[in-house]
Structures are given as C-alpha cells and as structure tokens.
Write a protein that binds this ligand. Sequence first.
Ligand code: SAM
Length: 314
Amino acid sequence: MKVHDHSPTKSRRPPRPGGNRRPSGSPKKSLGQHFLRDPEIAVRIVEAARIEPGELVLEIGPGRGAITEMLVNRAGRMVLVELDGALADMLTERYLENQNIRVIESDARDLDLSESGDLPEILERSYKVVANLPYYAASPIIRRFLEADNPPAEMVVMVQREVAREMAAPEGRMGLLSVATQYYADVEVVFDVPAAAFIPPPKVVSSVIRLVKRASPPLEIDDEPAFFSFVRAGFKAPRKQLHNSLARGLLIEIPEAAGIIARAGLDPVRRPRTLSTAEWGRLYEARAGMQERAASAAPALVGEEAADDRQAGA
Ligand code: SAM
C-alpha cells in the first residue's frame, strides 16, 4: 500500500517531478474501469449518500474523479482508495493543496481496517463509504467493510444489478449473499444505472445500493465464521430440498441432515432460498446442539467399552 498523505501531521509526498505515471487514455479492463460519464447519475449517487457537513467519507476507486469533486464539496474529510497507480498519482496532484484529502494507492480488498491499520481515521469517528465499485471486486470489498470492527455507518455503492438484487433479496428469496449481507446491514436498491452511463459501457446493468449498518446483529451467534460456513454448506445444492442440500454441503447422510432440520423445527423439503436469516440461525444452533450431545455421549461410550474390556479380560 502506498499512502499519498496530505495531512499536516505527516510528511507530504510531492508528485515525482516529471516522473508521474500518467493515466493512459484507455481504461484498464483488468481493473474494472468503466468511468461514469453521466453527471446526473453522479449527482444522484452523491445525494443518496446523504452526507452531513464535516463527515468523513471514504471513496473506493475514485478513478478520474466522476463523483469525487462533488463528495469533496460536501464532506469534511475524505480518503480516496485507488488501485491504479497512475490515477492515484493524478488525484494526489489534484488535491495536493487540500489538507482534508488523503489518497491511498491500494487494493481495497486488502485494506487493513484494524486499529494499527491503513485507516486510523475510521476509528475516531463514524464514516461513510461511497463508490462506483469495480464489478470484479465489489463483493469482497463490501464484505471487508461490513465485517470490520468499526464498519461504516452507511455504504452507498454501485454494483452489478444482479449482485444488488441478491444482496437486497427479500425474505423467502434469500441466497447466501443475501444472508451474509443482511446479517450486517439493511440493504436497499436505490436506483438502476444503464450501461450507456459509462465509458466504456459494460455488458451489464448496474444498481446503486444503500447498506445501513445494523445496530446489532439479527441473531446471537457465538462464532460468525462458523455460522457463515454452515449457511454456505446449506446452499451447496440450492435447487434441491433442504435435507439434500445440507447433506451434500456438510458431507453427511441425508437422515442425519433431516435430523438437524427436524430439531430446528423446519420442514426438510423446503428449498434453501426459502429460509430466513433467523431460520438459518435455528438450523445452525440445532446442529451445534447435536454435535455437543454426540461429544458428551462419546466419553460415556468409551467408558462403557472400557468396562466391557475389563470384564472380558477378568
Ligand atoms: N469512480 C469512478 C467513476 O465513477 O467514474 C471510477 C469507477 S470504476 C467502475 C472502478 C475504479 O476502481 C477504477 O478507478 C479502478 O481503477 C478502481 N479499482 C479497481 N480495482 C480496485 C481495487 N481492488 N481497489 C481499489 N480500487 C480499485
């Protein structure tokens, strides 16, 4: 990660004299560069972000700055995270005189959001993330922020329409991405954006979504990674009935999967997408309960076997 820091408390990195990596004319496909060219869409994104004066805003992938300037005019402090070195240099140069803007050249998927990490400012106050995200990295970037110890109060981001619909899916039609996203945030599709709004136009339609951090998770889960890997297992065969899908995902026999489902009080012939987050929680707890019971029964069995052995030897 390279920090182009303008903060008066830290050293300023001047642009390299004559040696800057100039942004090339052609957008880089490998970095998902579809630059917004419709200013009306840029205005709608910034309005959707509802930025309060003085607020801290993180923009991921500012690119050539289609929405950056409008954000700069509203936010109190901004951090721009851009992976393309030439664009990061260009933005550094553009905002060299602005003490409230910090440019970080980094892959947003790898940002260290911990206390000693890349973004110390997010530990001090509430912040928002605003972005027209590169499609290829949108889900991991969103996940990184949702799972952070200090997540943003709100994220207003543009993603591929299908991803947006999946993240915001209503109960009864939720997939793995819906459960994993809505566990952390309330998700809403704000508006769709046609391909013609970008240069070059992508092959897909985009949507702007708003994710508002939940005050507390909808479930009390002891081990979140274990819960999500259980839900992933439950979606192993999403079109099959729940007992089949779960058996495949957990590598267990169908009757055992049916036992877990019965213990959770659910119908085994339902399809995985019909379950709510709360029902996934019940299923997870049911399995944990059965595993605990099996574990506590095991020493007794071992004990009984040992007694049998002693008797046989006597
Ligand atoms: N915000 C600009 C706009 O609306 O015109 C550009 C949006 S473009 C869809 C995505 C931007 O994200 C590009 O500038 C690209 O270089 C940058 N980018 C791509 N992958 C990235 C990553 N992993 N981390 C940070 N930025 C990335």
